[in-house]
Design a protein around this ligand. Sequence first.
Ligand SMILES: Cc1ncc(COP(=O)(O)O)c(C=O)c1O
Length: 381
Amino acid sequence: MDFDVVRDRRGTASYKWERYGPDVLPFWVADMDLPSPPAVVAALESRAAHGIYGYSLMPASLVEALRDHLRDGYGWEVAPEWLVYLPGVVPALNLACRAYAGAGEGVLTIVPAYPPFLEAPGLQGRRLVTAPAARSGGRWELPLAALEAAVTPETRALLFCHPHNPLGRVWSGAEVAAVVDLCRRRGLVLVSDEIHCDLALDPGRHVPAATVSPEAAPLIVTLMSPSKTFNLPGLNFAFAVIPDEALRRRFVAAGAGLLPFAGCFAIAAAEAAYREGGAWLAELRAYLRGNADLVAAFVARELEGVTTTRVEATYLAWLDARAWSSARGGDADLAQTCLRAGIALSGGAAFGAAPSFARLNFGCPRPLLEEGLRRLKAALA
Ligand SMILES: Cc1ncc(COP(=O)(O)O)c(C=O)c1O
């Protein structure tokens, strides 16, 4: 696949490309300006050609594809009945708040966080509790002590992002084991959003939380999806893996009457992606590693007062412009400054961070990324 080819997405009702005017290049919301695997396109064309788009079941063949993916990719043996279909991971974060915490009870998360982690507890009448991640040199660290200190007798669940958006960390097996241990000791349900797991940019790194120890599985609701991996977020397919029957029942009950049937295109695409997308995915990871390294080198060389850390997974770089902001009196807004110069980033405030932070989506053809980085430099000058 030639990922360098720039394809025009304007006029496709793209949230990323249509939100800002024609003069703005978008590097914000997390989808990629890269085509999905050819096998996915072929599966969708074939399904479309049938002409009848009725209600769909989760076919046994897709259940098998998901199980094979988890076994082959992560050594995780999953029983068919543990799988719960979902139209998206964000609805699942909200359902989990309802399912596992009562009104006014606490739901814990690490900040900065993908915004729905911060919004879901309040939207569902639960209380958000946060623990800030700390940067140690070139790396963001798991704030284990802060998580421990934040838990109160009313805290019921931890929304855990693994790998982490926006910090780009693939939490190590030891870090995940410590989180599992915390949840077990303090009686929390661990909701592990692993939507970015297949985009660990260094091979063999991601360890699903449910696999770290025999005690882990009964505490954990794992959320996964092909949408980031194969660039299918417009098709609305995701799934939960919930080994514990009681946790699964509570989750399904929270969603009763709210969740649609799986879409027929989502089903076709998901199965083709997991069954036939492996070679494409290997190429994509290598391409994204190249883009990540390009961003890191450019930030270090060209952007005074801005730093970033190594992206271990995802196509999202977390830019720390506190020094740039300090040089301008201390409250400069990185994303707003960039937007005025024709480049859209995701601003830090929505992630629970200062506005001197922003997230840059580098899931795009390299020529587009190079143009974005040029604009970024001009914006900060
Ligand atoms: C950590 C995380 N969870 C969930 C989502 C979105 O999931 P969905 O589109 O399935 O609701 C994203 C998208 O960026 C994400 O980064």
